[in-house]
Design a protein around this ligand. Structure first.
Ligand code: NAD
Length: 335
């Protein structure tokens, strides 16, 4: 841990999958860290067990203006790193309302407070999904935004809220668009932990359509590391993609995980495709690479670490099953 005392940062969504990895790295870099998270079904404070003595935590909803104002007034952070969001595309297709609340209204609320309390830097975490799908080539940051599902529509709207503040008030913000993350602690409704959980239990692994969709896989520690690089060296007003250039068809990802676990390939079960399923996401990272960043994990290394972690934390995986079952029961009741 570096000896120099660093600035105070407020991290929203810091009990989530990527936010918690960012917080762990921030503590090791000796930042003073304040985490704000409402602990939705996807949030979990145990992700921060390793560093809990070194951070301050507030259970709060970013949409609650009064509560957020009190926290910002009291803590006086110099920087806000904004991860908090509803993040699961399938849930947004079932019901977009919570996504509008958290992702759009929550972001507007934070931007208003950050302006009022003269925050020096606002780092907004968006997603590569705002570009929509790409058949070939990689999206540069200057590419048009064409979100195609309710989740990415709300993430695009949130970006526009931030961008409008940059343009109108010279708001000191940066926007970051990471590719698909994977790694330890990811909630088991996302593609890779779903495969792992089902494979380990000998259950059928659902793959949408024919598994032809392509995703660019970014190891979570690399993503958090890139956000730290952008936090330090990125230029205010700019947008930065984070990608790995490790692209894989979903079917190949599922097959390679089964192979690594010594499980039969016939565990894969093709299921009806997700409505409006984007074919491929891929981002150009020249701008970020020009800041000196490179991913440290190729897919083989990252997936190895991920599998080991899940094998050693099956209890955590199991503990999420109840929430998931309750959720799906509600969804099927609605239909
Ligand atoms: P996650 O779902 O694991 O975590 C989100 C966190 O935000 C949770 O801890 C949740 O409790 C919290 N939260 C949600 N609504 C809140 C609210 N109203 N107030 C306070 N806290 C709230 O998500 P993640 O995968 O860690 O993603 C973090 C960010 O990165 C999101 O903005 C997401 O859009 C973006 N992103 C994720 C990926 C990915 O592959 N996971 C890729 C690109 C971008």
């Amino acid at each position: 841990m570096s000896k120099t005392a660093k600035q105070k940062i407020l991290v929203t969504g810091g009990a989530g999958f990527i936010g918690s990895e960012f917080v762990r790295q921030a503590v090791h870099k000796n930042y003073k860290v304040v985490v704000v998270d409402s602990i939705t079904y996807a949030g979990d404070l145990s992700r921060l067990n390793d560093v809990k003595k070194h951070i301050k935590f507030y259970k709060a909803d970013i949409g609650n203006a009064r509560v957020m104002e009190n926290i910002i007034k009291k803590e006086k952070p110099q920087t806000i790193i904004h991860f908090a969001a509803e993040t699961h595309v399938d849930r947004s297709i079932q019901d977009a309302a919570p996504f509008i609340d958290a992702n759009v209204i929550g972001t507007q609320n934070l931007v208003d407070l950050a302006r009022k309390y003269n925050i020096k830097k606002f780092v907004h975490i968006s997603t590569d999904e705002v570009y929509g799908e790409s058949q070939r080539g990689r999206f540069k940051e200057s590419a048009p935004i064409k979100p195609k599902n309710p989740y990415s529509a709300t993430k695009a709207a949130a970006e526009f809220v931030v961008r409008a503040a940059i343009h109108t008030y010279n708001f000191p913000a940066l926007v970051i668009r990471p590719a698909n993350n994977y790694g330890p602690w990811q909630y088991p409704e996302k593609f890779i932990p779903v495969i792992l959980l089902k494979a380990l239990k000998g259950q059928k692994i659902p793959v949408y359509g024919k598994g032809e969709q392509i995703r660019e896989w970014l190891f979570v520690a690399d993503c958090a590391d890139a956000i730290h690089v952008i936090l330090k060296k990125g230029k205010l007003g700019e947008t930065y993609n984070i990608g790995s250039y490790f692209e894989k068809k979903n079917l190949i990802t599922a097959k390679s995980i089964l192979k690594l676990l010594n499980k039969p390939q016939n565990q894969i079960q093709f299921v009806k495709d997700r409505p409006g399923h984007d074919f491929r996401y891929s981002v150009d990272c020249t701008k970020l690479r020009n800041l000196g960043w490179r991913p440290k994990h190729n897919f083989a290394k990252g997936i190895g670490i991920t599998i080991d972690w899940y094998m050693n934390n099956l209890n955590w995986l199991e503990s999420k099953k109840k929430d998931l079952e309750a959720h799906y029961k509600k969804v099927y009741k609605k239909r």
